[in-house]
Write a protein that binds this ligand. Structure first.
Ligand code: ADP
Length: 632
């Protein structure tokens, strides 16, 4: 991201270890062409230049080398030479044992700046020389003057000559007239009249000073407001004002040589403005934003991060991202990030970060990869949101659910005993209409109690799963028989439904039979619940790739795409009017997911709104007895 070129070079062989985009562009290479290679293999032209020697010296002595305006020559593919200039610094880097075996090279390419200055110097020098020879050599005066005029006129930079203290514009080439937005009419006028808009700008004062003292002036990136066709334009120039002396030694003229650098200055300003804009943006969002290099180095923290940590950027950077993470979550974070990198996706995790008071606060951390134009990972962008309040709310909910289900168990067990007793006593009574009524009422109560017990069971399971205390008691059993058993029960309680069961083989698996049954009951109950207008349910058991698949399908209301991943979350219920229509807590699928993943299996959903829903459960196959398709 830095506008400077950065490269890290290791050992006597000068192996290129790390390099940023700016440097690759400057070298004209891709990352693959340079990483892990020797510096001189990558850039053989640099062998006769001082850099390799300097790099080794920095590693031997640990000194810092800082060079300004160093020429660097590259041989191009067509054999021509590309001359560039850089300011560069070689800084030694130590490894963990304290040995200096790497050099951090930071360089700024300043070719444009140097070249435009050289051009200015060349022209002022050449014009100065010509002028000198003019004053000395009388007989070649005419010839020289012609050459002088020709030279000025054809020059690619803006050139003008001001004569005498009044600064009469004696010569102006077409380039200077163009940048001034004027035509040849102004030649012969004092500059103050030729360019009245200069009034109030620093130029006339500078020129007066040059004329009075005979000391030439060079200014870079000076801005001038100039009138172009009635419109004021701000332009930037690198300018040389050179005092020219006559034969008597007194200043007679001032030579102006100017290069229009407006475009470069504007481009730089626009870039600075964009960077400021994005920095402001990053500071104003409520989330904590960070940029992390692929090597783990953090190059940006927004204001929210700094406020949270109570440190400034440098302090937080050297403190380190990992130090902020709860120790229990550091490994998980790195493994997750590595996995995300290979799968080219964001890493999302709930994790705790330490605040300025040393307290760990829950955050949702979304770390997304950003790639360069070659598709290489350029950096990670971290967006970290405080979810402490949500977590606490969640915990309160869980504690409540756990407490409630425990508390409910006792009275319900006792109600159930009373109902059983009442049913037994009623069985002994004579069969009068009121006894019959009572009997069927208690029967109904008994069934509702079964439902209630199962709901409380679910709630208890929920708190167990959350606390990681759901134990599995595994055994070998035939899953096809279990399905058949469950469907038979459903057929009794839902006589109007059609259950279409297809079993492709008799399949024995090693799992917790009760828990798997609980999952299937849950799924089938959902199929019935969420299909108010369809009475058909398909159940299909098959095996492939050493796994057993149970697919259950309904032709009901379906689930919107964006909800499909979320329905397995705890307490998640699809929003909308359906919620009131279909009762439920939103824990059935969460439990199903928890139980199946604890078995090392997967559960997934495919659905279409109005077109029905299919849930697929995959479990590892224990042993398979081949058989022909049995359909019931
Ligand atoms: P509950 O049914 O108690 O709300 P679940 O965890 O079993 O909770 O299901 C979560 C949500 O998923 C339900 O609220 C429902 O919106 C949706 N859902 C589950 N099964 C189906 C299905 N077969 N068809 C349509 N929607 C379903």
């Amino acid at each position: 991201m830095l506008p400077a070129s950065v490269v890290v070079i290791r050992g006597d062989d000068l192996i290129i270890e790390m390099i940023n985009d700016s440097n690759l562009i400057y070298w004209g290479k891709s990352r693959e062409q340079v990483l892990g290679r020797r510096f001189l293999d990558v850039l053989p032209d640099l062998a006769n230049q001082p850099f390799a020697g300097q790099l080794r010296r920095v590693m031997q002595t640990g000194e810092i080398i800082d060079v300004k305006e160093s020429p660097v020559l590259f041989t191009m593919a067509d054999g021509s030479l590309r001359e560039t200039f850089v300011d560069y610094t070689y800084q030694p880097l130590q490894d963990l044992l304290g040995n200096t075996n790497r050099v951090l090279v930071m360089s700024f390419e300043i070719t444009d700046r140097v070249k435009s200055r050289q051009l200015l110097e060349q022209y002022t020098e050449a014009l100065g020389n010509l002028n000198e020879s003019l004053s000395e050599v009388n007989d070649s005066l005419v010839k020289s003057e012609k050459r002088f005029k020709y030279f000025i006129e054809e020059a690619p930079v803006a050139i003008g000559v001001l004569q005498g203290q009044q600064l009469i514009l004696e010569t102006a080439n077409s380039k200077i007239l163009e940048v001034w937005g004027k035509n040849t009419d102004i030649i012969g006028l004092p500059l103050a009249l030729a360019l009245p808009e200069l009034n109030g700008q620093p130029f006339l004062e500078i020129l007066d000073h040059v004329f009075a003292t005979g000391i030439s002036r060079y200014v870079n990136e000076i801005n001038a407001f100039l009138q172009h066709d009635g419109e004021v334009k701000e332009l930037f120039f690198n300018v040389a004002y050179k005092a020219v002396s006559g034969l008597d030694g007194a200043v007679s003229d001032i030579l102006i040589v100017a290069a229009d650098v407006t475009e470069q200055v504007n481009a730089r300003k626009a870039m600075e403005e964009t960077m400021r804009h994005f920095r402001d943006l990053a500071d104003l969002v409520p989330a904590k934003i960070s940029n992390i290099q692929p090597n783990g180095e953090v190059t940006f923290y927004n204001q929210q991060w700094l406020d949270f940590a109570g440190m400034d950027f440098e302090a937080l950077q050297s403190f380190g991202y990992d130090q902020m993470i709860h120790p229990d979550e550091v490994d998980g974070f790195h493994n997750g990030l590595q996995k995300a990198a290979t799968e080219r996706r964001a890493h999302i995790a709930e994790m705790r970060f330490k605040n300025r008071h040393g307290e760990y606060i829950w955050h949702l951390n979304v770390v997304s990869p950003s790639y360069d134009e070659y598709g290489n990972l350029k950096m990670w962008v971290g967006s970290t949101t405080d979810i402490q309040a949500l977590k606490e709310e969640d915990q309160r909910k869980m504690d409540f659910v756990s407490m409630l289900s425990h508390e409910l168990k006792t009275p319900i067990t006792s109600i159930k005993a009373h109902v059983q007793m009442a049913l037994r006593l009623l069985g002994r009574e004579t069969n009068t209409p009121s006894i019959q009524k009572l009997n069927s009422s208690f029967d109904r109560i008994d069934k509702l109690l079964v439902q209630l017990t199962s709901m409380i069971g679910d709630m208890l399971d929920l708190s167990r799963l959350d606390a990681g205390r759901m134990d599995l008691s595994t055994e070998s059993f035939a899953i096809d028989a279990l399905i058949q058993e469950i469907v038979d029960d459903f057929r009794i309680s839902n006589p109007q439904h059609v259950f279409d069961v297809t079993v492709h083989a008799t399949v024995v698996i090693n799992a917790d039979r009760g828990r798997i049954g609980q999952v299937l009951i849950n799924l089938i109950a959902n199929l019935i619940k969420y299909s108010p207008n369809s009475k058909k349910v398909d159940i299909d058991l098959s095996t492939a790739n050493n796994r057993v698949q149970i697919a259950v399908r309904d032709y009901g209301i379906g689930i919107e795409q964006k909800e499909q991943q979320r329905i397995f979350e705890r307490f998640y219920r699809v929003d909308g009017k359906n919620e009131k229509f279909f009762g439920g807590f939103g824990i059935g699928l969460f439990l199903a997911h928890g139980i199946i993943t604890q078995h090392g299996g997967t559960i997934s959903v495919e659905s279409e709104v109005g077109g029905g829903t299919t849930f697929r459960v995959h479990l590892l196959l224990n042993s398979l007895s081949a058989g022909t398709a049995i359909t019931s």
